[in-house]
Design a protein around this ligand. Sequence first.
Ligand code: ZN
Length: 277
Amino acid sequence: MSESAEMPLELPPTDMLYMTYEGNWLTECTAKVLSVSAHNPGEDESVAPLAICLDRTVMHAQGGGQPTDVGRLEITATGVSVDVSKVLIDRETGVATHFGTLSGKTPPRVGDAVTVKLNVSQRRILSECHTAGHVVDSAMARCGKLMEPTKAYHFLDGPYVEYKGSVPIEERDSVLQELQEAFCQLVDEGFDTKIDILSKEEADELCNRQAQNFDVNLFADKRTQQIRVVTVAGFPCPCGGTHVRSTTELKQGRWGITGLKSKKGVVRVKYGRTSSS
Ligand SMILES: [Zn+2]
């Protein structure tokens, strides 16, 4: 992407606070501005004119199947703010960039202190959506379908999880029904979410206890070689996203499994909000 090319090379990796269990619940933090540049939105209209790097952030950078957080940077000295519409991270350098538009006249400068504030309701719904995606994994395991997850799409416009494998056409309706029931049970049983930063060996042991369905090497942080493992509904897997505290919290949004497709060696389980109440 063009925005990574513009990033100064010497910046240290951004401390992504949501990666730890405690940090997952933070909705704001103070931070220091490390770089500010004008961004040419010509190539990607979804990103805004200012590109700002900080020493740390509470905002989730788009990736791992989860959309970006949106929010605001408030510059302490001037009271001016930047509305952040997208956060991207360079996986090689670990440097995150906040793209936003200035409301006010004075742009932030290197060294400025800022407060990073999330759009809390947006974060909440994205965390529910991502957590529900992991409940799909756990429901698959509960139904004896331990397939390798190959793609996860935790966006609100039709989320799904894909696995390597197949479900014969005559079994699809019954498997879908079993998965839907397992999903509801897992929500009702109220599992607490866990987030651990582990070595490759520890992650491998934890995630591949039931089946060798994760290659943990694919998920290791390029700099630390560590792996963040999230356990939702009792099912551990490598993950970089944000989550809600317990599966019971999905009940309020009434999440559930909505469909099952199987073709060309790919099983797609669709899920979503099954009621808007
Ligand atoms: Zn995840």
